[in-house]
Design a protein around this ligand. Structure first.
Ligand code: CA
Length: 236
């Protein structure tokens, strides 16, 4: 019996700077990925739609059509809307990062990035998007370290000790645990916790996070503040 070699995962890089493209291609190819490159947003959109990569690395600073517009169009097309996107961003562009995440990007890596860090993020995003993980995200019982959350019973415990959470805190914790590792903007978390139609300020989510962290005690540190952007839950 012969076994098929595992299919290589494909990554489309959309970046106009050729030296960065070359470095990325070298590093990702070396790590077993099939790498495609596009030097503009327009070409990137074409390639994404024609070849459907497993993941897209999208530079936000592109001439003519910028990365945010590319992201918006990728998410707006049936064919490309589910392809995971990691944005490559510059320092001090938190507003763009927030917008990109709102448009549906999965993660971002600030430049200058270390190849190891980038590779870790790519693997994490691919892992989260594996078939079957979507079902895991809807699982009724979630465990992360010492935290145990039973959605059906509305129960949360840490090291076996039950916590008393408000409904908002419960929803917030559940949302973060279901999608651990992923960065959420304050606005996204508010939508998840109180719904899109309720008028509250984004800072309101900071109050919920603060209260939740206190109740979680030691493991509250698993909720990471991503400066200028939002929050994410540690993966392990
Ligand atoms: Ca660029």
């Amino acid at each position: 019996m012969t076994t098929q070699p595992p299919k290589k995962r494909t990554i489309l890089i959309i970046e106009d700077e050729s030296d960065i493209l070359e470095i990325l291609k070298y590093n990702l190819s070396k790590n077993g990925f099939d790498v495609w490159m596009a030097e503009s947003g327009e070409k990137g959109l074409e390639a994404a739609s024609a070849r459907l990569p497993d993941l897209i690395l999208l530079d936000l600073m592109l001439p003519r059509m910028d990365g945010l517009e590319v992201c918006r169009r990728l998410r707006g097309q049936e064919r490309t809307k589910a392809i995971p996107i990691i944005m490559l961003t510059a320092k001090g562009t938190e507003a763009d990062i927030v917008l990109g995440l709102t448009l549906g990007a999965d993660d971002y890596v600030p430049k200058p990035f270390s190849p190891i860090e980038l590779l870790a993020r790519i693997k994490a995003v691919l892992r989260r998007n594996e078939p079957g993980k979507a079902e895991a995200a809807s699982a009724e019982v979630l465990t992360l370290g010492a935290i145990h959350l039973d959605a059906q019973r509305h129960e949360v415990s840490v090291n076996g000790e039950a916590l008393t959470l408000t409904l908002s805190e419960f929803k917030l914790l559940r949302h973060l645990m279901q999608r651990r590792g992923r960065v959420f903007t304050r606005d996204q978390l508010l939508n998840a916790v109180v719904g899109p139609d309720v008028f509250v300020t984004e800072r309101n989510i900071d109050v919920h996070v603060g209260a939740l962290r206190r109740k979680l005690g030691d493991v509250g540190k698993l909720i990471i503040t991503v400066r200028g952007v939002g929050y994410r839950m540690e993966e392990e």
